[in-house]
Ligand binder design. Structure first.
Ligand SMILES: [Zn+2]
Length: 254
């Protein structure tokens, strides 16, 4: 018996799929509510090489949704606690912790070591940077955002699917505005979103299933619904980052 027996019994994984999972290289950007849940899922699956990026320390207000941490974690760097957790939980995993704020200088140096990037920052502050660098380096990016009881998930594959900037509703002004305002968030929302991101990672590694690409998946935990919105593609305006036509979708009606 080994720890992956139940993984291997699944027809979409099997022995060969587990080997692919073990050799996969995934970078998780942010180990807050969404990121810690993605990390726990990937560590349980047995993803062999995981990087985590965050410069924040744990505070008491994180514990309503960042359930990898506990009272002893308060004041300590999130990446250090998260790295220690992975080492104890699954010593098979090669885990690298980057305790820093991403900027245009360090981004490429870190991203080059990984095949799949998971955008799990709770805030929107770095989304434009991450998007630009992932397109430039031709890296797959799995984006997620959380707002109230709602989550949005989308996988972008450079030059094959729209990037995050292709969508008109993502812009720098909005990011700056969101950066300064703390917002409410609960554990069920972040874990729901993180589970979908972990599934995207798994599908990409195994080359199985249907990716959430080209249009986002919007889930509302309070209403108990998940939708794929209708997408409108501009004929005249093009994305300044990847060059594809600009996209938009109707706001989710509550
Ligand atoms: Zn684009």
């Amino acid at each position: 018996m080994d720890r992956y027996d139940r993984n291997k019994l699944l027809d979409f994984i099997g022995e060969s799929g587990q080997e692919k999972i073990s050799s996969a290289r995934v970078l998780i950007l942010g180990v807050g509510g969404v990121g810690t849940n993605v990390l726990m899922n990937l560590a349980a699956l047995g993803v062999g090489h995981i990087g985590i990026v965050d410069y924040d320390t744990v505070n008491i207000t994180n514990l309503n949704r960042q359930i990898l941490y506990d009272m002893n974690s308060i004041g300590k760097y999130k990446v250090e606690i998260a790295k220690d957790w992975v080492i104890k939980f699954n010593p098979d995993i090669d885990i690298e912790a980057y305790c820093l704020k991403l900027d245009s200088d360090n981004c490429e140096e870190i991203f080059k070591n990984y095949d799949i990037l998971v955008d799990a920052f709770d805030s929107h502050s770095s989304v434009d940077l991450i998007n630009r660098v992932s397109v430039k380096m031709n890296k797959i990016l799995i984006h997620a955002a959380v707002s109230k009881a709602k989550g949005v998930i989308m996988t972008t594959i450079p030059f094959e699917t729209p990037c995050l900037r292709c969508f008109l509703n993502i812009n720098e002004e909005e990011e700056k505005e969101n950066e300064t305002k703390p917002s409410g968030a609960i554990s069920p929302t972040v874990s729901m979103v993180a589970s979908f991101q972990a599934f995207e990672v798994l599908k990409l590694i195994l080359n199985q299933g249907v990716l959430i690409k080209k249009e986002p998946l919007i889930i509302d935990g309070l209403l108990g619904v998940a939708i794929r919105p209708k997408i409108y593609i501009s004929e005249k305006q093009f994305c300044p980052v990847c060059g594809l036509p600009l996209h938009s979708f109707e706001a989710f009606e509550e």
